[in-house]
Design a binder for this molecule. Structure first.
Ligand code: A3P
Length: 324
């Protein structure tokens, strides 16, 4: 087995050598593969998943660009699909003691940790998350009846959020892991050179799919979730084939889920406040919660940055009607 693993590692190493690469915002090398930029471990994980992940009709796949509200989406969808088992007033609700990333795994991450993990024992509906484009999803996700939910966010807020997150993952002792100057990082972001970028290609892909096949792909925006979480929760539940009943609505089940998963509630839970428990990407659970607001970019981006990114959005997305 170890020979097979090391052959696969060598093959991946050769692949990386053949790809264009560029420094990313935390001075890590990103690689361009099929039109998108990846950190090597993410690319390795998703290529392994393409070979081994077998989707089931009942699976639910959450897709996001990093920093667009993945943590929130994971908590919302978990709470909706498990609401019979765990009511939100339940003291044993898993979100009270586990960070959403510990509940809903990233496909690229579990297949990086182990190229062929056993995910068959996970009770259905199985929830998985990923940051990859549709074209890179394992084939069985496309061919089975499993549902996809895509969440996007204003790229200006994504950039600001990413910048703050990047500051958490840099290593003071590792010169290869430092934040590059903000202007440089911003230019790269606008060229799509960012984790899983370009964000517009990914958003466009899932936006078009949601129009062509609304039963398969539900397209959501972070700003809409912030604007009216109740109607968005209903929409998600319908998409997943488990709409809220009138009884549930009058009994406050939807409000309860919204409250349970709110930024204020989740970020104040002990499990999401502790430091030193570096669960994912060498960051603390608390690093997934910063401000949780719409429009914080106004406090961080210069006028010329705003102009630059507005131009990118206009040029790349205007024909899709996607606005932020
Ligand atoms: P900010 O940095 O703008 O505050 P991701 O989960 O994809 O990594 O995205 C992280 C962003 O979502 C951060 O944005 C974080 O604060 C915000 N976030 C995390 N949990 C949230 C929640 N329950 N409700 C709203 N926003 C949330």
């Amino acid at each position: 087995l170890s020979e097979v693993v090391s052959a696969a590692k060598n093959e991946f190493h050769d692949l990386l050598e053949s790809l264009p690469s560029e420094i990313g915002s935390t001075s890590d090398l990103l690689y361009l593969y099929n039109g998108f930029w990846y950190a090597p471990e993410d690319l390795e994980g998703i290529l392994a998943a393409q070979q081994h992940f077998q989707a089931q009709d009942t699976d639910i796949i959450l897709v996001t660009t990093p920093k667009s509200g993945t943590t929130w989406l994971k908590s919302l969808v978990f709470s909706i699909t498990n609401r019979k088992q765990y009511t939100v007033s339940d003291q044993i609700h898993p979100l009270l003691t586990t960070n959403p990333h510990g509940i809903v795994p990233f496909i690229e991450q579990i297949y990086y940790d182990n190229t062929n993990p056993d995910v068959s024992h996970i009770p259905s509906p199985r929830l998985f998350a990923t940051h990859v484009s549709y074209t890179m999803l394992p084939e069985s996700i496309k061919t089975t009846k499993c549902r996809i939910i895509y969440l996007c966010r204003n790229p200006k807020d994504i950039f600001v959020s990413m910048r703050h997150f990047g500051a958490k993952i840099i290593s003071p002792t590792n010169p290869a892991c430092q934040l590059i100057p903000v202007e440089e990082a911003f230019n790269k972001f606008c060229r799509g050179v960012t984790w899983f970028g370009p964000f517009w290609e990914q958003a466009l892909e899932y936006c078009e799919l949601s129009l062509e096949n609304p039963d398969k792909v539900l397209f959501l925006k972070y700003e809409d979730l912030k604007g009216d979480i109740i109607s968005q929760l209903k929409k998600i539940a319908v998409h997943l084939g488990c709409p809220f009943s009138l009884k549930e609505e009058t009994e406050g089940v939807i409000d309860g889920i919204a409250r349970m998963c709110s930024f204020e509630h989740l970020s104040n839970l002990e499990v999401n406040k502790v430091t030193g428990v570096r669960s994912l990407w060498m960051v603390d659970n608390k690093d997934f919660f910063r401000k949780g607001e719409v429009g914080d970019w106004k406090n961080h981006l210069t006028d010329s940055m705003v102009e630059q990114i507005d131009q990118v959005v206009e040029q790349k997305l205007h024909c899709s009607g996607l606005t932020f």
